[in-house]
Design a protein around this ligand. Sequence first.
Ligand code: ATP
Ligand code: MG
Length: 351
Amino acid sequence: MLFYEIPKSIFNDFLFICLAWLLQPVVCVEDCAIFPFLICGRAMLDTGKDFAFVTRYIRKLHGGSQAILAQANDGSFYVVKFFNNLQGKNLLFNESVGNELYRACGLSVPSWKPLLITDDFIERNKDCWMQAREGSLRPVSGLCFGSRFLGGTGIRLIEILPGTSLRRIRSQQSFWRAWLIDICARHADNRQAIFIEGCDGGLDAFFVDHGHLFGGPKGELQPHFRASRYLDQRIYHGVSSHLYRICLKDLRNLNVDKLWARIQGLPDDWKVKSGLDGFEQCLCRLSTSNLLENILDTMGDSLRRVQESKNDEERALPKQPGSVLCPGIPVPGLERDFAPKCHSCVARAQA
Ligand SMILES: Nc1ncnc2c1ncn2[C@@H]1O[C@H](COP(=O)(O)OP(=O)(O)OP(=O)(O)O)[C@@H](O)[C@H]1O
Ligand SMILES: [Mg+2]
């Protein structure tokens, strides 16, 4: 009877606190305080995502956001980006929403998790502090963005591919779709991907670094459509009207409502207005077939022009014998025997 008189949210909080106290010995780690867990925990229940504590600092990673590699109390390793990073306050929104958007569009991304970083951890690991112009900048405690580290024992990660390896990529078309999504999402940086080499020599691409989506980490940029291309444009080789149709068909299946529901559940601090506006505009573009067709035409034209000017340059230059970076030129000894597909490394990385 009493249950009916208590508002549902208070009842949920009460239940959650009871559960948290009961589970405390299970979730408690060296440096974990129960109060941040209680405060942040409920917000994260709404996302349908669990979260973990950052427990072990490994090292700093290169890049403008000054991310770190760290281990969490779930045993996994994560690329961690801080709330008060120097790139901008939209960064965690962009990373999490970009990851969800890509996944919803059928593209491979590392799984992500909100990670709680405590004051105690930050004080004990001063190496993880960021470097600002004025000196060392202390990360704020609270929820950070954690992208599950794709590496691990027996997994070979590759970030920059020589031209001869491009044909080993299993789903090269996904770069085409990624560029289309990036244009719609006003991505202000080059598209970044990490490749996992399978047992058969095939390469699986995982798209990372979505911090510059939706007008960048400050949300104010209006990038040119070419800004978000993958740096090695040979990856877009083989544009065809068939590919256009596949791209459009895949995007027609995008479940916008489900995506919105996931975004609503992000921590309130991450939901910045310019990011939400950018995301809304992006979904609107992705749902407008005529616009998508125009963008695809523009992308195709732009690549054709690049290819033509390259051909002109190559015709004008004397031939370079045996250059391994020329696409399509077989280099003896580099051919691989493509055995039947083995996805075990990839499955491990995504799990
Ligand atoms: N999930 C992941 N698994 C493995 N490596 C990753 C993962 N996410 C990012 N990295 C790598 O970590 C480094 C930093 O990541 P990222 O590019 O996202 O940071 P950034 O600071 O935003 O960089 P930028 O200067 O491009 O904005 C890069 O070398 C990237 O390839
Ligand atoms: Mg980057």
